[in-house]
Design a protein around this ligand. Sequence first.
Ligand SMILES: *Cc1c(COP(=O)(O)O)cnc(C)c1O
Length: 459
Amino acid sequence: MSASFDPQVSLLKDALRYAEEYLLNIDERPVFPTEGALDALGAFDEPLPSGSTEAAETLALLHRVGGPASVAQVSGRYFGFVNGGALPVGVAARVLADVWDQNSAHYVMSPVAAQLEAVCERWLSELLGFPEGTAAGFVTGTTLANLSGLATGRNELLRRQGWDVVEAGLYGAPPVPVVVGADTHATVRKSLALLGMGDAHMHVVPVDDQGRVRIDRFPALGVPALVVAQAGNVNSGAFDPVGALCDRAHRDGGWVHVDGAFGLWAAAVPSLRHLADGIDRADSWAVSAHKTLNVPYDCGILMCRDRAALESAFRASAAYFQWSDHRDPMRYTPSMSKRARSVELWAVLKTLGRDGVVELVEQLCAHARAFAEQLQEHGFRIHNDVVFNQVLVSCNDDSETERTLAEIQTIGSCWCGGSTWKGRPVIRVSVCSWSTTPDDIRHAVTSFCAARDRARTPD
Ligand SMILES: *Cc1c(COP(=O)(O)O)cnc(C)c1O
């Protein structure tokens, strides 16, 4: 007989009760924790206990002190960063998978995780209109997916010149030019830095007023380059002309990697597909399923047209490894041990189906447009074409914009962050949760107006 799991079942029941209390009260609390809730975090600040604590007591403390100090990201009025909500079936599937505690490095560690990865890989290709047989690796987010795609692209471009990076390293390798847009995401630069291809070797292409790469300014390199396109500018939501970038890069034998952290799903939506025209011609794609698709954190995906190139970049061997004739998930990622992310991704895709994904993405975009229209009616300025889920907002002058943002965050009935757009401060709205309703948008607009009134009132 193995140990009794009765205590675990009892704790899970406690967790479920706490979850219920949390979710049912989410609209009663401010989106960002109160000062009181933040001060109460001091309760965690104790010396490492030498003795043990009842597990139920530990969980109760977490609920009592931790819950109120969490950001109410699951509410429909969280518009910060590009943080997606979590669809109910994804959360529930994740809880089940957490109970299973699967390690999905090898098939023999978790046949179910491996099978669901294989299914998600195929479904994603179909959904996004990518070439049949496109490979997918499941990682933590787009940061790791960018790193993985860029490593694969670089290694493949060098392999075609007779250079095996895994064997020979990079010292003495022929240089691989890198081309990015001026608005490329910070994680692309970070990935390139980690890959030993820092800023100094980067061709930075100017962008237009929406942050899209200007194809007319693409450098004439005449040699194979690693080209990064963006499907969804992190501020404006704008899409680079991906198809045209592919044509330019491929003419010289280059590799195109698409950072589609939140925008890649446009490829799955007939009414938005034009934004990503030609995206199926790219070589690798990165996306965060925890953003627009509303899979629970964390869930990133790297997709790659050339399965052999991806497997080659991540090849590793040890006597104790157990390769199988099935899918061995670690072949496609930098990680070995990893949790079974495919479970909740599969659960979301299975539940939504193609129509449900289309509906979810279209709903986020419609809410963003409504948000922008209502703000404009109240005299706010909108700085971007609202083509996806992002809205950039300002008031009459920079200082009023900054003070209004601070007041929005203080009032707490919704939450947005800020950014800089063309050198000026903006309030940055991202509609990224299934749980947002038209009512939430109206409430948020009311809060924007109240915040601006406060900002205009002299102290
Ligand atoms: C969010 C984002 C990333 C980073 O994704 P993570 O999931 O946070 O790792 C990269 N690129 C763009 C355009 C993003 O919006």
